[in-house]
Every structure is written in C-alpha cells, then in structure tokens.
Design a protein around this ligand. Sequence first.
Ligand code: GLC
Length: 587
Amino acid sequence: MYWTKSAVIAAAILAFTATAPSTSIAAAQSTSTTIAQAIKDQPTGPEWWRHAVIYELYPRSFQDSNNDGVGDLKGITSRLDYLHDLGIDAIWITPMYPSPGIDYGYDISNYVAIDPLYGSMQDFDNLVAEAKKRDIRIIMDYVINHTSDKHEWFIESRSSRDNPKRNWYVWHDGKGQTATDKGQPPNNWQSWFGHSAWQWDEKTRQYYYHYFYVEQPDLNWRNPEVHKAMDGVLDFWMQRGVAGFRIDAVSRLFEDPQMRDDPYLPGHNAYGDRNIQHKYTDDLPQVHDVLKEVRKVVDKYPGNPVLVTEADEPNVQALTKMYGNADEVQLPMDFQIADVNELSAPRFRELFHQIENNSAHGQPEFFFSNHDQRRQWDRYGDGEHNDQIAKLMAVLELTARGTPQMYYGEELGMRTTDPARVEDVHDPIGKLGWPKEKGRDGERTPMQWDATPQAGFTTVQKPWLPIPPTSTKYNVETESKDPDSIYNAYKRLLSLRKTEPALRDGAQIGINNDDKDVFAFVRTTGDASIVVALNMSGKPQKIALDWKSIGVTGTKLAPLYSSPKFSTDSGDRLELPPFAALVAKIE
Ligand code: GLC
C-alpha cells in the first residue's frame, strides 16, 4: 500500500501514544444549531466548482483508440458521452506530457507538450472542444515539485557547476566530501519512495535532492527563475482552455535551509528504511506563497479556474491553511476522510463535521480512491457485502456538501488487482518493496467497459496492465442493464445532486450524533430538506431520526434513493438493514 503522510505517522506512533479523545460532535454542534444559522455559515458562491463532480481519469487506462494497449486522448474523447451521461462536470487527467515514464507520467520531460503515446496537441485541443460541447471541463495535473531527470532544465543543470540552470535544482556537497571522496549524503532526508533523498552525480561531484524517485530531481523553488518558468506552464494550458489544475505533491516544495536531520519514528518502512517524520522537507510555510502565486496566475483567466491540491495533510488545521485567505486553493483534497479506511460512523461524523466547520469557510473536497491508493471497493468492503458497501460509500460521497472527486471505475465497483508476480510489476516502488509494497499497478488497471476479454478497452491481447478477471461482471455494459448495480446507484445519485435543491445547495447538519452505527445528516435549504442515513454496521439498526432537534419540520419520508429497499412508512422511526443507505425527502 502507498502510505499517506498521516498514515505513516499514525502507524508509527500509535503503539506509543494514547490518542486524544475526540470531541463529541453532539457537544460541538449544540442542539441550538438552527437551520438558519447553518445556511448562513455555509460558504456559497456562483463558481462552477462548488456544484461540480470531478472525475479523475488515468489516461493510460481509460480507453485505447489506436490499439497499442495504452489509453490515449482520442480514447478519452470517444468516451465523453459516457461521462456526460453519468453526470460528470469536470475531468482531472493525470499527466499526459512527454515523460520517460519511470513514475508513469509524474516524471515530466516537457511541460508544454503531449506525449506521443497519448496523441498530439491537436488531439488535446479537440478533447477540450468536444468536452466543452458537453459542459465538461478539463483539469490538468501540475507537477510542481520535480521534473524528470531527462527534462532539458535538469540536463543543463547537471552539465556543469556553473551552468545557468545549476541553481534550478537542489544541489549540495556531501558530508565529509573531499576532492577524491564523495563522503556521505548531506543529511538523513529520505525519499518517499525509499532510501536516501540524495543522489550523487559523478560528473559535477555533488548530490542532488529528490523527494520521489532518483529520476525526479526536485526543482529549487527558492529560485525566481523557476517561478517564472513554472508560471509560464500555467499560462500555456490556461490559454488552451483548461479549467484549472490539480497541483501534485505541493507540500513538498521547500526544504529546511539549515538542512537539519529529520527525526526518526519507531519501526521500518516497506523498503527497510527507518521510519522518518518529514519535518524539514514537508509543509514549510513558503508553500503558501507559491500557492498564492499560482492562484494569481490562473485568476487572470475568465471562467473561475479551480485549483485542487494534493497535500495529504495530517489534520483539519493543516488542511484549512491550503485555502489561505480565499487566495490560495479552492479545493484541497481531504485525505483525512479518504483514509478513514473503516466503516466507522463516529469517525466519519467527526471528520465531516470538522471540514464542514473549517475556519477558512472553504469548500470541502471528498474522494475515496485515486491512482495512489488501493480502491475503495476493497478498503471499505468487508469481503462479504462489498457491493452494498460500495453503494453506501457512493451515497456518502455524493450527498455530502462539498465537491466530490471520483476515480474512474469506482462507479462500477472496480477493485484493486495487484500483479501476481514481482516480474509483472510496473510501478518501481512495487519492485523495491515487494511483497510488502506491491506498488500502485493494482488501482490503475484498464477501465472495464464490457464483458469481452479486453473489456472494451483495447483490442490487443496484452494491454499495458492486464484486464482484471472481475471485469466480466463489473463493467459498464452489464451494469447499465441492472437497475440495482453499483453503476446505476452512482447514476441516480449524480442526477439527484443536480436536480434536488437541498442536495445541490443545502447546508449540512448532523443528526443522531451519538449513534455509533448510523451516520445521519440533513441537507437543507430551509424550504426543502433531505435526510441521509447510512448504516455503517453489518447489523440491522433501529433508529429514530431526530431532524426535529435541528428545527426541521415534517413527519413523512419520501425516499429518493434507498439501498437495499426497505420500508420508510413509519416516518422518522426506521429499521435500517445492514449497510443500508437512505436518501429521503422530509415532508
Ligand atoms: C503524487 C502523485 C503520485 C506520484 C508522486 C510523485 O503523489 O499522485 O502518483 O508518484 O506525486 O510525482
């Protein structure tokens, strides 16, 4: 598994420290919370991204149009009708720029071109134009922390110590280095992908810094020329009509100028290194200056461009900082919620309450799967009721107030399909950490369009990653015919988000806040109210939904979505079947 920052720290120190008792939401959200107050407090605005559903798409794996076993831009264009029909408003495409492909596109050798593997710039322009016709916006991946070692900037930088681009990257002498001895790496900083973050360069006899793979040298964000060049990248894509950026690994931009060693944590990681807290290489305050700068650049363009950040902040306070004073990022991805990793009503309630009440009044951004994380079907499933749980998670993601971000195939119940043998692994961390760390191939397998052997993704025998055997059951074609499929649950919920004012614009207020099994909340505009009740346990739960406590009147429920189907005839008194999810109007 690819660990997030909070997961690493939590796992390492869990055994040693007692976790602080979490504040009772019931206490925090006093019973005097009125609808009027909640509506007043909620951040609103006309910007498109407040009401959008974002869909992350891994271009290698979505649709192959030229039958080389790898997805491409024309393939994506050919599936825009599918996305439109599903109810998607924006797609975030992970990097499709020229790249040696060590980190499958996250090692970029040219920021302002399209990798021929995926097509041409004309294909890209066509994709933007066709998407626009269907009201779908395109969000690009902005990989800001590092380039590929094959980028011409780095090739120049490493060519000599006095090259004008030397200082575009982070170079340092070794500890105890002499004219003949390279000494030791400058300090103990570690790569996220294992081992030292310093790589010796024989030609110019210095170490360069790489937070990720050796082939991904970090840009030096203390150099104004780097700012200028990277701002130019934003301009380039904005002028081609994109709607914003997802900013990669943004908390990693700066390192401690004093080069202090990072503190060790107990235990070892999958690569055999001592666990470490990235105290001096992560989340330095200067990150926020860069975010403000990025925002200024994109805000020159019309259409309310959006910025999404990947920064797996360890708590809501750190996450909140990403909003700045409404002058940084509009949608910081909420890794706390994504990583709950257990069906726990109290935990979800606490985290949703925290983000809903963030002090910046920022818009929440939820997701449960992405290209770095095992898919939610496996992480939240109990092995027996995974399909039912997948629908419950869909309800949580698509009815909560905020901007949901889906990952391709989650609408089908695609599961993680790890390589069976180390020889088959693509992702380098899977080779280095096998078998503890199998890499991220498992969550990047081809989209499952139909039940044919190649799943409608390609016609070649051997696509870049194998088609999961489960694709014969979990695929678009088969599931669209089954009214009770995961796919049809998503479709229905996505449509409700658009058509029901309470789900579109309503404030969110928790109810039954002490229930340990059922997470329930009301979305309300004042005029219209919808209750969402999620039984996160494998047992039936009797519950009296207490919407009166927050001032909502009404005695009857009119279900809009229910899985499984069960009786709601007795109004606020319900018996929820195991893992049931209900969305109902209060009338
Ligand atoms: C981000 C990406 C991940 C990549 C890393 C280095 O975490 O999501 O896929 O490997 O950055 O670019």
